[in-house]
Design a protein around this ligand. Structure first.
Ligand code: SF4
Length: 417
């Protein structure tokens, strides 16, 4: 029996355009991205069916209310939606169903059509990472999985190798001066790069913002100040244990560090709670440099991750993304998008945990971008593409899939599923 008003109209339910829903079997989550209200219903088959219809274009994004509202949990849903300004009922003449417009996320030229006439890699590219050297020395061996999780230091079981900087110049020249693209120079320890000063001179000619990724302790700390002579350059230090903290204290005494600290980032790679606790004093001793703490998975410290990285359900629900974040996360991976990594042997990756997308010795950067856009695994890796997140009610809330998850091949860093 249809619920009808006095003039035999039919009632339809609609969700507001800023409201998002996830239906997983008989469970439903509704999220109002304007006032950040969350409604959750478990084991509610009728609600699940109704909400699915409000997301269905072929139903006009309208769900006909068939069950009389007063007789089911539908009435609870309707009043919750109304009270939270997330949706409402509309009374319509039969056969007079208007089409409700639900916004759909679209990124300009993404994904690009295969025959897109004016394809430009610069529209998609954000950071080009070149590894200038790779090694299996003690520091790199202690952090042998770092490049899969961050970008430095870089480990290579074969021993020391270097990238010819001419390859970097040839590859990056077509993108020189393009706004929004940065060149990131990393490696096992680039202060050991054989022609460091010459490399700097050439890198500056590229007219791209430069970021130098350097582990601490590094081989030649004084070379770093030369790297920062260009205004559009930054240094990102990776503080490794056990020697990184004392190397940091030492380098902080250098007057150049104090002068240039606004262009210095500190990344602490933490493997245990003990290392984490040792940071408090170290961070407080600092100035205006940016500081990041990254838990580092060394293959053995799963317990540390479980205790300190896993998110509880309430933490996840408190993340409350805005509409723009939800749209963008439904299409691309904001963490990974636009990045290309190139190893000393020329092999290129959109993410080092995925397959290679070509080799820079026989492909241009624009070819690599094309390969990733058409056949890649990284830039478009949303939570909908990994299990168990694809079936999780809270997937709207979680940040994009990150490198730890890819490296550990575990995507639910949470206590939910
Ligand atoms: S299972 Fe995945 S989507 Fe769900 S809460 Fe955990 S991490 Fe987020």
């Amino acid at each position: 029996m249809k619920h009808s008003s006095q003039n035999s109209n039919t009632l339809y339910l609609y969700l507001e355009p800023y409201t998002f829903s996830v239906v997983s079997r008989n469970d439903v989550l509704i999220y109002n991205s304007l006032n950040r209200k969350i409604l959750e219903y478990r084991g509610a088959a009728a609600i699940a069916d109704l909400i699915s219809k409000t997301e269905d274009a072929s139903e006009g994004f309208l769900a006909e209310i068939i069950v009389p509202p007063g007789q089911s949990d539908i009435s609870t849903l309707l009043s919750d939606l109304k009270e939270s300004f997330s949706g409402d009922l509309v009374s319509l003449q039969p056969g007079n169903k208007p089409s409700v417009i639900r916004p759909k996320p679209v990124i300009k030229n993404y994904p690009p059509a295969k025959d897109f006439p004016s394809f430009s890699a610069d529209d998609y590219l954000r950071n080009i990472y070149f590894f200038l050297n790779e090694d299996n020395d003690k520091l790199c061996t202690n952090y042998r999985f770092a490049s899969e999780q961050f970008s430095c230091p870089v480990y290579n079981s074969q021993g020391y190798s270097e990238m010819d900087f001419g390859v970097v110049i040839n590859a990056c020249s077509p993108h020189s001066g393009v706004g929004g693209i940065g060149l990131d120079l990393s490696g096992s320890d680039i202060t050991r790069y054989s022609r460091f000063s010459d490399m700097l001179k050439q890198a500056r000619k590229l007219s791209l913002p430069l970021t130098f990724h350097i582990p601490l302790p590094c081989h030649e700390p004084d070379l770093v100040w030369n790297a920062l002579r260009t205004v559009r350059s930054r240094v990102s230090f990776y503080i490794t244990f056990p020697d990184g903290p004392s190397a940091l204290r030492e380098i902080r005494k250098n007057p150049e560090f104090i002068k240039k600290q606004k262009r210095i980032e500190l990344n602490f790679l933490i493997r245990s709670i003990g290392e984490y606790q040792s940071l408090t004093g170290l961070i407080n001793e600092g100035g205006s440099e940016k500081t990041f703490i990254f838990p580092y998975f060394d293959g053995l410290n799963q317990g540390f991750f479980k205790e300190n990285v896993f998110l509880a359900k309430n933490d996840i629900l408190n993340l409350k993304p805005n509409q723009q974040q939800i749209y963008s996360r439904s299409l691309i991976n904001e963490h990974l998008f636009g990045k290309i990594f190139i190893k000393t042997n020329g092999d290129a990756y959109a993410n080092l945990n995925h397959n290679s997308i070509g080799n820079i010795r026989d492909a241009r950067i624009s070819d690599l971008v094309r390969n990733e856009l058409y056949d890649g695994q990284s830039w478009n890796l949303t939570r909908m593409k990994v299990k168990p997140c694809s079936g999780c009610l809270y997937r709207l809330f979680c940040p994009p899939v990150g490198n730890y998850e890819l490296f550990m091949k575990k995507f639910n860093f949470c206590d939910v599923l």
